[in-house]
Design a binder for this molecule. Structure first.
Ligand code: M6R
Length: 621
């Protein structure tokens, strides 16, 4: 939540500080879009030049066009997801102190801000906003006056704050410097040539450099055009970890699509293929990216708990079916925020698997720490390199979905399923649940999936048409069974968050235990139909469900595999997907549901990439 950019450098035409920061904010806007602001410092300016505006970045740009700011040598910028204080001009960041000589931007929540604010007000400081950030700005001003050293002042402030924060500051008397602090909130450094960058994530500076430094917890970073200096909150110098970002600016652009989400839906075959790529060693055995746990420990685990939020949790739900089937280890899937506060039974033989696209979701991060405190090992499945969750985990399996910009998750979801399946197969290999040739056969099925996803995408014309017809719908239900159940939940989530329509997903078997009361004439119901080639009688049970709701007037929209000769007779509409093994089917059945939600929201004239009230990285609890 909240996007943060910092820049110091020369006034080359290609890298004017204000332009760099505005461009970075454009790429970070998915993190929050309640307001945006910038602050600039330059040798010829006695105080900070700033502009801020409520609403999306475009409002700030209009303000800057009407009231241009002087050019600068250092700049910071912020795009906000409001926590303390509504989304107004006055609450927008930056917040100023020292009569306009110091500017601060912030991501996170300062839990003791009220106490700090009261003390400062008693000392005569006047506050102009309702934000927690302004307390940090004034505190930094007071600390700066003691030493005249912005880095030292930031360190002293960081030690007084409780909660979560990334803070960036510029001071008019140091127009070649930006200082940042991070505690439980993301901040990365971009390394340039005679210029340096800070950002909530690498998207902030990806147009300028792919060379980055990972900052650890509780660190202070000072950037000037020629240097980056990092210390911890105790004042000791720290050597940050260098890495090269494996995607470029083009990957984070729309590339001719009408929305990022439309592009990311189409990116899915590649995202799955890239996630599966290069996962075996020279002997053909599966390997994890970064394993910091002894394999003998992994052999002894007797329970897996998947922790995640939102879409990532539904990917975990899907994986449960596969991992239990392949490895015969019980798998629980739990929302990270519930796990942490529930006193879960975790032992050193419990393995916790944390799934997160951003690697920064605060609920998931806190649950990771909670699990580790109780002796569990944590393996994370994460998309974003340099983020906090993989750094704190005992092992990592990266999804290689590339940057996901649309707030609603799509390609991250399918790659999370693919990565979790790799993890399941890795356990099966390690624990000897399956022979190597069985694992190879399942891997081959997985590798067939990108082509089948492409085929499913190529059939999306009808679902788009239906979505446009249904733009006035007020409620849609989703039913699924087995791996189709989490897909029903994810399909409903997509529709809620994009189209603001009441949508609910149910286990089809649960229908007669209550939800069928919701069915009235005309109620649209998506039904994910299991393969008739699958085991047991799941297919016929779901076909019966279709008949039961249809008999009560429901409009049934089935997602079924090619060659299912029964479904057509009972459903009002069928969206066909290619045949594949049951455990692979979620990678296909989710596609029409993603497209349906995006198209329906678009038909309603809504912003598909930035739905109301949401932010992509939920970095506060
Ligand atoms: O970055 P994460 O994967 O940890 O994010 C978890 C959820 O916030 C995320 O999946 C959210 O539910 C998406 N907006 C859904 O589309």
């Amino acid at each position: 939540m909240c996007g943060i950019v910092g820049y110091v450098g020369p006034q080359k035409p290609s890298t004017k500080p204000l332009d760099v920061v505005l461009e970075g904010l454009g790429r970070l806007e998915y993190r929050g879009y309640d307001s945006a602001g910038v602050a600039l410092a330059a040798p010829e300016l006695d105080s900070i030049a700033q502009a801020k505006k409520s609403g999306k970045l475009v409002n700030l740009k209009e303000e800057l066009a009407a009231r241009p700011l002087a050019q600068a040598t250092a700049a910071i910028g912020h795009t906000r997801w409001a926590t303390h204080g509504g989304p107004s001009d006055v609450n927008a960041h930056p917040h100023l102190a020292l009569d306009g000589k110091l500017a601060v931007i912030h991501n996170g929540i300062i839990e003791n801000f009220f106490h700090i604010r009261r003390e400062l007000e008693e000392q005569g400081v006047t506050f102009t906003s309702e934000t927690d950030t302004e307390a940090a700005a004034h505190l930094l001003g007071i600390e700066y006056q003691k030493s005249g050293d912005l880095t030292e002042a930031m360190r002293n402030v960081a030690r007084q704050l409780h909660g979560t924060f990334t803070l960036l500051a510029v001071h008019a008397d140091h127009p070649d410097t930006v200082v940042g602090a991070r505690h439980d909130s993301p901040l990365v450094v971009g390394i340039g040539d005679g210029e340096n960058f800070l950002g909530s994530d690498v998207a902030a500076f990806i147009a300028h450099t792919r060379e980055a430094l990972e900052l650890g917890q509780d660190e202070i970073v000072t950037i000037t055009p020629d240097a980056v200096h990092v210390i911890n909150f105790d004042g000791e110098t720290v050597e940050p970890k260098h890495y090269t970002v494996d995607w470029d600016a083009a990957a984070a652009e729309k590339g001719g699509y009408w929305s990022f989400m439309a592009k990311e839906i189409d990116d899915q075959p590649q995202a799955v293929a890239d996630t599966l790529l290069g996962r075996t060693n020279e002997k053909g055995d599966l390997v994890l990216d970064d394993l910091r746990i002894d394999e003998s420990v992994l052999r002894t685990i007797d329970k897996i708990i998947v922790i995640a939020c939102g879409t990532a949790a539904y990917a975990g739900h899907v994986a449960k079916y596969a991992i239990e089937h392949w490895c015969r280890i019980p798998v629980e899937v739990e929302l990270a925020h519930e796990f942490r506060y529930r006193d879960p039974i975790v032992t050193p033989r419990t393995l916790v698997v944390a799934i997160s696209q951003s690697g920064e979701t605060m609920d998931t991060l806190m649950a990771v720490r909670h699990a580790q405190e109780q002796g569990a090992k944590v393996i994370s499945i994460v998309n974003t390199h340099g983020s906090t969750i993989p750094r704190e985990s005992d092992a990592v399996l990266y999804t290689h979905a590339g940057p996901e910009v649309a707030v609603a998750s799509t390609k991250a979801f399918v790659s999370q399923i693919a990565a979790a399946y790799l993890l399941g197969l890795y356990f099966a290999q390690l624990r000897g649940n399956k022979f190597r040739d069985e694992i190879q056969a399942i891997l081959a099925e997985l590798r067939d999936m990108p082509a089948k996803i492409t085929e499913t995408l190529n059939r999306s014309g009808r679902v788009k048409e239906i979505a446009r017809w249904m733009a006035d719908t007020s409620s849609v239900l989703f039913l699924g069974r087995h791996v189709g159940y989490p897909i029903a939940l994810e399909g409903a989530l997509k529709l809620k968050e994009l189209a603001y329509i009441h949508a609910e997903g149910f286990a089809a078997g649960e229908l007669k235990h209550g939800p069928i009361a919701l069915i009235e004439p005309g109620q649209p119901v998506f039904v994910i139909v299991p393969s008739p080639r699958g085991r047991d009688s799941l297919h016929s049970k779901v076909i019966s469900n279709i008949q039961e709701i249809r008999a009560r007037g429901a409009r049934t929209l089935a997602i079924a595999e090619d060659g299912d000769t029964q479904v057509e007779a009972f459903a009002d509409e069928v969206f066909w997907v290619p045949q594949c093994p049951t455990l692979m089917s979620p990678l296909l059945t989710i596609i029409p549901l993603q497209i349906f939600a995006a198209e329906l929201a678009h038909a309603k004239g809504l912003d598909v990439d930035q739905p109301r009230n949401l932010a992509k990285s939920v970095t506060v609890e």
